[in-house]
Design a protein around this ligand. Structure first.
Ligand SMILES: [Zn+2]
Length: 341
């Protein structure tokens, strides 16, 4: 049995923002080629996702947002916000990207694999209930999490993309059946994600934000995982762990100023996979704009999902250390310990 199912589709190349846009079609091929070059073929099963049903998308998005994308879908050169665009096949790509997580849920429930990686474009974690934002049309990971909670399952979402997963936070901010954790550069686009954003009403304490300083390295991230993230997931009793796996926290990324490496992305992913006692982990590609860093970090992430001692035909960069960030981690830990008391 293959350990990890990768969901990918040729349509993900056909979502074409304007020339020069960082979230470009070449990202898809770079990630696919990276996995191929790493020699992981025997451990992976490649599947094409199916489109998410509109009803599933409506679980997390307003009817007005869905109707708007349907109305402009098929057109060339649609500008949804200053950063977010659609080409003629973007709507198809977005519905497939939102559907990948739903298919992964079905496959893992059927015992077809131990984990899944949704190699999708467009990304999703900035998409808000009522609008597209930050390169994202539909919130892919939220669609999957919402489907799981409707089946009575408890879901932890961990977002280690360099940007705050504001859309995902908005969708689950007042809910107690989804634990949302984001580690991100701060301040940075989109401006949200302060440590004091902790959820509301029934969801109080179920949103955990780490506003990491520029230059933060993997050791601070691992400390966050070991002292806050993993204990929180275990206390929460997550049945599933969904990962917003953006790789723009890599030190070579052109849009951000964090200091992570592909080795860090492997270590962080491994921590999450280890904490998932029932083996149900699904990662979703979000950002990552340096093609080489994206390819190698994808390999690190997927290799970690396969297992702790996966042999690779490429060499990951060493884990990073020595940067700032530990004080922020300690402050977030103290704040959430107080909330839990
Ligand atoms: Zn990002």
């Amino acid at each position: 049995m293959p350990e990890v199912i990768v969901y990918a589709h040729d349509r993900f190349v056909d979502h074409r923002p304007p020339a020069g846009h960082p979230e470009r079609p070449e990202r898809f091929g770079a990630a696919v080629d990276g996995l191929t070059a790493a020699g992981l073929a025997d451990a992976l099963e490649w599947r094409e996702p199916t489109s998410a049903p509109v009803e599933a998308i409506l679980g997390v998005h307003d009817r007005g947002h869905v109707d708007h994308l349907e109305r402009v879908g098929g057109q060339e050169g649609v500008r949804l916000d200053p950063d977010t665009h659609m080409s003629s096949h973007s709507l198809e790509a977005a519905r497939l990207a939102a559907g990948a997580g739903l298919d992964a849920i079905d496959a893992l429930r059927a015992g077809d694999g131990s984990a899944a990686f949704c190699l999708v474009r467009p990304p999703g974690h900035h998409a808000r209930p009522n609008e597209a934002m930050g390169f994202c049309l539909y919130n892919n990971i939220a669609v999957a999490a919402d489907a799981l909670t409707r089946a009575g399952e408890r879901v932890a979402i961990v977002d280690y993309d360099a940007h705050h997963g504001n859309g995902t936070q908005d969708i689950f901010f007042d809910r107690d059946d989804v634990l949302f954790v984001s580690l991100h550069e701060y301040p940075q686009y989109p401006g949200t994600g302060a440590g004091t954003e902790v959820g509301r009403d029934a969801g109080l304490g179920s949103t955990i934000n780490f506003p990491m300083p520029s230059g933060s390295t993997g050791d601070a991230y691992l400390e966050a995982f070991d002292t806050v993230v993993i204990p929180s997931i275990e206390r929460f009793g997550a049945d599933w762990i969904l990962i917003s796996a953006g790789f723009d926290a890599h030190r070579d990324d052109p849009l951000t100023n964090l200091g992570l490496t592909s080795g860090d992305h492997a270590a962080l992913t491994r921590r999450l996979a280890d904490s998932s006692s029932r083996g149900r982990t699904i990662a979703f590609l979000e950002g990552g704009y340096d093609l080489d860093a994206l390819a190698l970090s994808t390999v690190g992430c997927v290799g970690a999902l396969i297992g702790p001692d996966t042999s690779l035909d490429v060499e990951l960069e060493a884990q990073s250390s020595g940067g700032p960030g530990r004080e922020i981690v300690a402050a977030v830990r103290d704040l959430h310990n107080q909330l839990a008391d």
